[in-house]
Design a protein around this ligand. Sequence first.
Ligand SMILES: NC(=O)c1ccc[n+]([C@@H]2O[C@H](COP(=O)([O-])OP(=O)(O)OC[C@H]3O[C@@H](n4cnc5c(N)ncnc54)[C@H](O)[C@@H]3O)[C@@H](O)[C@H]2O)c1
Ligand SMILES: O=P(O)(O)OC[C@H](O)CO
Length: 343
Amino acid sequence: MTAGVVDRTSRHVAVLGSGSWGTTFAAVLADAGCEVRVWTRRPEIATEVAAHRTNERYLPGVRLPDGVSATTDAAEAVSGARLVVAAIPSQSARDTLAPFRALVADDAVVVSLMKGVELGTDRRMSQVLEEVLGVPPERLVVVSGPNLAGEIAARQPTATVVSSVGAGAASEVAAACSTPYFRPYTNADVVGVELCGAAKNVIALVVGVAQGRGYGFNTMATVITRGLVEITRLGLVLGAHVETFSGLAGMGDLMATCASPQSRNHRLGRHVGEGMSLDDAVVATGGTAEGVKSCRSILELAERHGVEMPITQAAVAMFHEGRSVDEITRALIGRPQKPETSG
Ligand SMILES: NC(=O)c1ccc[n+]([C@@H]2O[C@H](COP(=O)([O-])OP(=O)(O)OC[C@H]3O[C@@H](n4cnc5c(N)ncnc54)[C@H](O)[C@@H]3O)[C@@H](O)[C@H]2O)c1
Ligand SMILES: O=P(O)(O)OC[C@H](O)CO
């Protein structure tokens, strides 16, 4: 990190990543009164934001507030930023963000918007940021909740969870992103909030598969409910707080992602359920469906801790082991009988 000191009276925020959520969150921050510089690896996006105040590729039809600018220059993006927000696909975060270590100011607060678990290390995104940027946990913040970018970019009302072991950092980020349509709640359960954000993507994939296969609301409710059970089971073993799973980052985000056709995970699952190959489904979906890769790292994490996650295991079997939807359905429904309350 630089010896640079952040001016805490400034409202300058850097957002690293110009995809749908990075750009939308930049707009939220600007609506809340921040001056936001988005770092993009694509020069055409920086030019478009300056010329037209749009990012049509990732947020079609949305006009960005005047407080949002974009640059391909990493140093320019983070210079003087009191908050640095990371919105890169999880599996690319480590490599993409490494060059920022020397640029982010020593006392900046770093925020993760990312919902995934890194393949190969099974690290949550705040753990990756801690390692890559050298930021201590009390200055790391996770934002997660029922936050479909398109709806928020249209300024539809929603709430979110701003989680950190540093109470001051969580409050600072909550204040920076609070608007008449976006309501942040603070929380100290980083493990639970991050795990919910990553694992619900896997459940949404499976719900999408079921819908693509032609199954209705009973199947959807079954997958969502048992999905929450298995996410909670892993979370508790990892030290998360039980209340988080019924909150916005848990049940809230699970409902939004599993129910909305806007969700990329849901859409990708639906394509596969309709019979498309995974490769074609990735192309047809567009954007990042984090659950496809994170299902493997989450299952690995669960196996390492002796936790059963049959729906996540089903996702791995369908997306990575060539098992058919019908075969997996039979296996899930035919699991040994047990009391519902046994977890
Ligand atoms: N879109 C949403 O509604 C939403 C909401 C909440 C959280 N999230 C999470 O936010 C994170 C970012 O998602 P998004 O929706 O902005 O994704 P996106 O697919 O819309 O955009 C990804 C961004 O990262 C860049 N990028 C992609 N691959 C890269 C690479 N290899 N190296 C460097 N940059 C790369 C792209 O150019 C783009 O700017 C994900 O973890 C996602 O789960 C998304
Ligand atoms: O489009 P998805 O599936 O990445 O989901 C977006 C958000 O995570 C919903 O909160």
